[in-house]
Design a protein around this ligand. Structure first.
Ligand SMILES: Cc1cc2nc3c(=O)[nH]c(=O)nc-3n(C[C@H](O)[C@H](O)[C@H](O)COP(=O)(O)OP(=O)(O)OC[C@H]3O[C@@H](n4cnc5c(N)ncnc54)[C@H](O)[C@@H]3O)c2cc1C
Ligand SMILES: NC(=O)c1ccc[n+]([C@@H]2O[C@H](COP(=O)([O-])OP(=O)(O)OC[C@H]3O[C@@H](n4cnc5c(N)ncnc54)[C@H](O)[C@@H]3O)[C@@H](O)[C@H]2O)c1
Length: 423
């Protein structure tokens, strides 16, 4: 196993030679890890390798402000361009890592170069699931993960354009909202009976269905897409199993992601719904760590492995990973998951973690019809998660309720006059 000495700034492999810490995946997770290593006092080499050409940036604006033309490109990056040189971080963009050799402590690049490491951090994130139907490779069939995807979708969101969105998850709904605001006609095609059903459950998913219907989105649930039709190589419609076809000038597909585990799997690391890690974000190889979308990390609060596909996780996990790989034994990741969305005039934050069938009751504080409320998911009287919609500055007490695991009185929980701190 390699040792890392933050005092001297040296990271050494088993043979005692100094080698850098290598981070694969130059996005939010990777850039935050480089920052956390420097903040922790590490003065040795850091090599941050990413296959995208853009320097590390955040993805949430790609389906919101950036897509709507409200947030400029220069506002979405994690660090200013000079930050990398100023912090002695070697940033290698446009460079894909092809394989990892854990025994040799080496990564091989797609262009055949090699980089040795003392410790390796995987922040390879995730990739969109592809629609497995005929016609899915036609022009005008668009996915959303990278900045250039957002540029392509933005170009399609013209007044009067017919946009078909496949999948009523986060991507589908946020793109639908941006498309309506741009004056496009929007049809959303979802396999399940409600949007966001597996994340929010029936009670709260209905709020999002009502919101989009009120904004003129044609929502169709329980549909099966069988084919994308085209004319002259460009998509013209979405054919459904019931024989109907939805005409479209562009189709946006948002049917979920898969964690980018290929490198880890080929290197023999333990992979199961992501790269498996312990609570220190260490993988089955003691010199390899993982963080962000790709990591299925043991979470001490929940007593099981959890993989979180959200911004706050990619923001915060790297701090733990950086400290852990510098040898700090108290570096444990046990934050309660958090995420947010903005759609039309609805802003919300969600804190907690609930599996689809993991709750027995939803309690509302406020009327969901007014779109100013807090929803709580409970099991056995304990709050597992809470979501504040157009109500602000309540995340801390909700997080505390979730973390404490204490049984709460449901009537008091629903009562807006009872401070959350008093429950
Ligand atoms: C459009 C969009 C909007 C979102 N909005 C929200 C939101 O509002 N709220 C929220 O909480 N979350 C949101 N998310 C989710 C959030 O952006 C992700 O959870 C976050 O980006 C994960 O960060 P990451 O660094 O782990 O991985 P990623 O952002 O996926 O980055 C991984 C990087 O690794 C690179 N890479 C992969 N393999 C290799 C390789 N072999 N060699 C070199 N480089 C490699 C990839 O090219 C990529 O640049 C959104 C996501 C998208 C796509
Ligand atoms: N606000 C946020 O937190 C936010 C915003 C955008 C993206 N993201 C992240 O980006 C990633 C991708 O988002 P996403 O919306 O693609 O995934 P998702 O998992 O949120 O939703 C996918 C949706 O597609 C549906 N679906 C799956 N296959 C289908 C099919 N063949 N036909 C019709 N519907 C189908 C699912 O039932 C689900 O409703 C996720 O990790 C998500 O967390 C998060």
């Amino acid at each position: 196993m390699a040792g890392t000495d933050t005092g001297t700034g040296a990271a050494r492999a088993g043979d005692g030679r100094e080698r850098p810490i290598v981070i694969v995946g130059a996005s939010l997770g990777g850039a935050k890890a480089a920052e956390a290593l420097r903040e922790a006092g590490y003065r040795g080499g850091i090599v941050l390798i990413g296959e995208e050409h853009e320097r590390p940036y955040e993805r949430p604006p790609l389906s919101k402000g950036y897509l709507q033309g409200k947030t400029p490109r220069e506002k979405i990056h994690v660090h200013p361009p000079q930050w990398y040189a100023e912090h002695d971080v070697t940033l290698r963009l446009g460079t894909a890592v092809a394989s990892i050799d854990p025994a040799g402590h080496t990564v091989t690049l797609a262009d055949d170069g090699q980089v040795e490491y003392a410790k390796l951090l995987l922040t390879t994130g995730s990739v969109p699931r592809r629609l497995p139907v005929p016609g899915a490779d036609l022009d005008g069939v668009l996915y959303l993960r990278r900045i250039e995807d957002s540029d392509r979708i933005k170009a399609a969101l013209r007044p009067g354009a017919r946009i078909a969105v496949i999948g009523a998850g986060w991507i589908g709904l946020e793109v639908a909202a941006a498309a309506r605001e741009a004056g496009a006609e929007v049809t959303v095609l979802e396999a399940l009976e409600l949007p966001l059903l597996r994340v929010l459950g029936r009670e709260v998913a209905q709020v999002f269905a009502d919101l989009h219907r009120e904004h003129g989105v044609d929502l169709r649930f329980g549909v099966k897409v069988t084919e994308l039709t085209g004319e002259d190589g460009t998509v013209s419609g979405v054919r459904l199993a019931d024989g109907t076809t939805v005409a479209a000038d562009a189709v946006v597909v948002g049917i979920g992601i898969s964690p980018a585990t290929g490198l880890a799997e080929a290197a023999g690391l333990e992979v199961d719904n992501g790269v498996k890690t312990d609570q220190h974000l260490r993988t089955s190889d003691p010199d390899v760590y993982a963080a962000g979308d790709v990591a299925n990390a043991y979470h001490p609060l929940f007593g099981r492995h959890v993989r979180v596909e959200h911004w706050a996780n990619a923001l915060n996990q790297p701090q733990t990973a950086a400290r852990a790989l510098l040898g700090q034994p108290d570096a444990v990741y046990d934050r309660v998951p958090y995420f947010f969305t903005d759609q039309y005039d609805l802003g919300m934050e969600y804190v907690g973690y609930v599996e689809p069938d993991g709750y027995d009751r939803v309690v509302f504080r406020g009327d969901p019809a007014t779109r100013e409320f807090i929803a709580f998911w409970l099991s056995g009287g304990r709050v597992l998660a809470g979501m504040n919609v157009n109500v602000w500055d309540v995340t801390d007490p909700i997080r505390e309720l979730v973390r404490s695991g204490r049984v709460v009185d449901a009537e008091a929980l629903a009562d807006p006059d009872t401070p959350l701190e008093d429950l």
